[in-house]
Design a protein. Structure first.
Lengths: 274, 249
C-alpha cells in the first residue's frame, strides 16, 4: 500500500510535506490552545483563502503566475499583524479581532472568486486539501517554513512558555511581550498557509488544535504535551493521507476524523485512569 | 543611611474619572517587612501596579532601588506574587518545575538556556517552600494553598531583593497561613529580603511585620506594630470610612 507513496514523486512530496506539517501545526497549536486563541487559526486560514483566491484570480484573469502558496502566505501574515494590532485596540474584548479578520478574509475571497468567474476544482482542493496538489516547489517552500518555525520556537521557547502561562508576570519581568506575540502570530500565519495544501482551509485549525486537545488530557507537563501533540498530529496526518488516497477522499477529512478518534481515545483514557 | 528600596513622592492616580490614589508619599526602608492594609477598593493593588511600572502616575515620582521605575533595568530584583496568581488556567499542563523555572526567564535573557546551576536554583526554590515531593506534578492538580506556595517559589527563584505579595493568603486554611508567615519571616530575617505584603489578616501579620501602612485612597497610617496596636476604633472608622469594631487576637 505504501508503495505508491514511494514510487510516484507527487505522492512522495505530499507525504513528506504531510510529515512536516504534522510537526509544526501541533507544535504551534500547543501554545495557541493554552493561550485560549484557538479561533485565531480559523480567522487566519480564511485570510489565507483570500490570498489563494487572489493568486488564482491573478493567474486566470491577468495571466500573472503567482504560486497561490505565496499569495496565501502574504495575506495570512498581513492578517496576523492586523489581528495582533486589533487585540491591543480592543484590550477588554480581544476576541473581537477574530470575527473581524475572519469576515474580511471570506469577503475578499468571494470578491476574488467572482472576478475570476469561479474556479471549481482548484478551489475545492484548497478548501478540503488534496493529495495530488503538492508540487516540488511547494515542498521546498514548506520545508523552509518548517525549518524557520523550529529554530524560532527553539530559541524563544522559554519566553513563549513564560508568556503563555502568565502574560502579566512576563510583562513585569521585562520581556518584550508585544514583539514576541507578533513574532508568534506571524509564525502561525506561515504554518497555516503551509498546511493548507494538504488539510485545506476549513480544516487546518483542526490539525492545530485537536491533537493538542487530546494530549492536554493526559500529559504531565508542557514539554510532554508538545511531544504527545506532535505524535498525535503525525499519526493523524500519515493515516489520513494514505487512507484519503486509497478511498479517494480529500485528506483534510480523513486527517481530521483520525484526530477526532485520537481525541476520543484520550478522553476515554483519562476517564479510566480516574 | 541606605537608600530606601521604594520611595513614592506626591503620587496621584485616577482610573477614568475615579481618583484611586491621592497624594501618596511613602518609603519602604531596606530590609523592612511591610504590611499594607486597607479596605477593598482602597487602592492597594493599584499602588503595587505603580511600583511594578505597570501603570504610570499622573504626578510625582516612584523610585525603586534609587532609580525611576521606568528606567530600572534589572526587573528581576523584584519578585511578585499577584492577587490573580491563582486564577490561571487550571487545565494548563505545566509541572511545578516548569512554572518555577519560568521565574528565571527574564534574568537569563534571550537566547540563553538553563545551566546546571540554574536547575539547582529551581530545586532549591521548590524546597524552600516545602514542595519538593510535588516537583513533577501538574500545578493544576495541587490545592490552592500549594499553588500559592509554587507562585512564591517562582518569585524567589531569581533571588530578588524586594518581594511584593498581593493578598497571597486568601482562601488558605489557618495552619497553612501560619506556615506561610513563618516562611516570610525567614525570608525577612535570614535572607534579608525587603517585603511588601498586602493582607487582610492583620492579626497574624502584625506579629511579624516591622512596618504597617493603611491605605484608603490616601495614606492614613504609617508606623510600627506597637503604634498600629494603639489605634482606636475611631481611627479605624476614619480609615475605613465606616464604623469598624476591633477584633483583638
Ligand atoms: N483596571 C481598572 N480600571 C478601572 N478601575 C479600576 C481598575 N482596577 C481597579 N480599579 C478601581 O480602582 C479602585 C482601587 O482598586 P484596587 O487598587 O484594586 O483596590 P484594592 O487592591 O485595595 O482592593 C477600585 O475602586 C477599583 O474599582
Ligand atoms: Mg487588591
Amino acid at each position: 500500500m505504501l508503495l505508491d507513496f514511494l514510487t510516484y514523486p507527487f505522492l512522495r512530496y505530499t507525504f513528506l510535506t504531510g510529515i512536516l506539517i504534522g510537526i509544526i501545526a501541533p507544535l504551534l497549536g500547543t501554545f495557541i490552545v493554552v493561550r485560549r486563541q484557538s479561533l485565531i487559526a480559523d480567522a487566519l486560514s480564511h485570510v489565507t483563502l483570500a490570498g489563494i483566491s487572489f493568486g488564482l484570480m491573478a493567474e486566470k484573469k491577468y495571466g500573472w503566475v503567482i504560486s497561490p502558496i505565496y499569495s496565501g502566505m502574504v495575506f495570512s501574515v498581513i492578517g496576523s499583524i492586523f489581528i495582533e494590532k486589533l487585540r491591543t485596540v480592543y484590550k477588554a474584548y480581544q476576541e473581537i479581532s477574530i470575527p473581524i479578520i475572519l469576515s474580511a478574509g471570506v469577503g475578499l475571497s468571494v470578491i476574488f472568486i467572482s472576478i475570476a468567474d469561479g474556479f471549481n476544482t482548484d478551489l475545492f482542493n484548497y478548501l478540503f486539501g488534496s493529495v495530488s496538489a503538492v508540487t516540488i516547489n511547494d515542498f521546498y517552500v514548506i520545508s523552509g517554513v518548517a525549518a524557520f518555525v523550529l529554530v524560532i520556537i527553539w530559541l524563544f521557547f522559554k519566553e513563549l512558555f513564560t508568556m503563555s502561562f502568565d502574560e502579566e508576570q512576563a510583562t513585569i519581568a521585562g520581556l518584550h511581550v508585544k514583539w514576541i506575540n507578533m513574532l508568534f502570530i506571524i509564525l502561525t500565519a506561515l504554518v497555516i498557509a503551509a498546511s493548507i495544501r494538504i488539510v485545506g482551509v476549513l480544516l487546518v485549525s483542526a490539525l492545530m488544535t485537536l491533537p493538542v486537545a487530546a494530549s492536554m488530557r493526559i500529559a504531565k507537563g508542557f514539554k510532554q504535551m508538545i511531544f504527545l501533540s506532535i505524535l498525535f498530529g503525525e499519526i493523524a496526518v500519515i493515516f489520513g493521507i494514505i487512507s484519503g488516497y486509497y478511498l479517494d477522499i480529500p485528506p483534510g477529512g480523513t486527517i481530521v476524523m483520525t484526530s477526532l478518534f485520537i481525541l476520543l481515545v484520550a478522553i476515554g483514557i483519562k476517564k479510566i485512569r480516574k | 543611611m541606605t537608600t530606601p528600596v521604594v520611595s513614592m513622592s506626591n503620587i496621584n492616580f485616577h482610573y477614568g474619572s475615579r481618583k484611586v490614589l491621592d497624594n501618596i508619599n511613602f518609603e519602604i526602608p531596606d530590609g523592612a517587612f511591610m504590611g499594607l492594609v486597607g479596605p477593598n477598593g482602597g487602592g492597594k493593588t493599584t499602588l503595587i501596579r505603580l511600583i511594578l511600572g505597570l501603570e504610570k502616575p499622573e504626578t510625582g515620582e516612584i523610585m525603586v532601588f534609587g532609580q525611576p521605575i521606568q528606567k530600572l533595568k534589572n526587573k528581576d530584583r523584584i519578585g511578585f506574587v499577584s492577587q490573580k496568581a491563582n486564577s490561571f488556567n487550571k487545565g494548563f499542563p505545566a509541572t511545578v518545575y516548569e512554572v518555577v523555572a519560568s521565574g528565571l526567564t527574564a534574568q537569563l535573557g534571550y537566547f540563553r538556556f538553563l545551566s546546571k546551576k540554574d536547575k539547582q536554583k529551581i530545586h532549591e526554590a521548590i524546597a524552600q517552600v516545602g514542595m519538593t515531593e510535588y516537583t513533577k506534578q501538574n500545578i493544576g492538580d495541587l490545592s490552592g494553598g500549594q499553588q500559592q506556595r509554587i507562585f512564591i517559589a517562582r518569585a524567589l527563584v531569581s533571588d530578588p531583593e524586594l518581594i511584593i505579595l498581593d493578598e497571597p493568603t486568601v482562601g488558605i486554611d489557618y495552619e497553612n497561613v501560619k506556615r506561610f508567615y513563618e516562611l516570610l519571616y525567614k525570608l525577612s530575617t535570614e535572607y534579608k529580603k525587603t517585603l511588601l505584603l498586602v493582607t487582610h489578616d492583620t492579626g497574624t501579620m502584625t506579629q511579624y511585620a516591622t512596618d504597617i501602612v493603611c491605605l484608603n485612597k490616601t495614606m492614613h497610617f504609617h508606623g510600627n506594630p506597637d503604634e498600629y496596636a494603639s489605634l482606636t476604633e475611631a481611627d479605624f472608622s476614619q480609615i475605613y470610612g465606616h464604623p469598624v469594631s476591633l477584633v483583638t487576637h
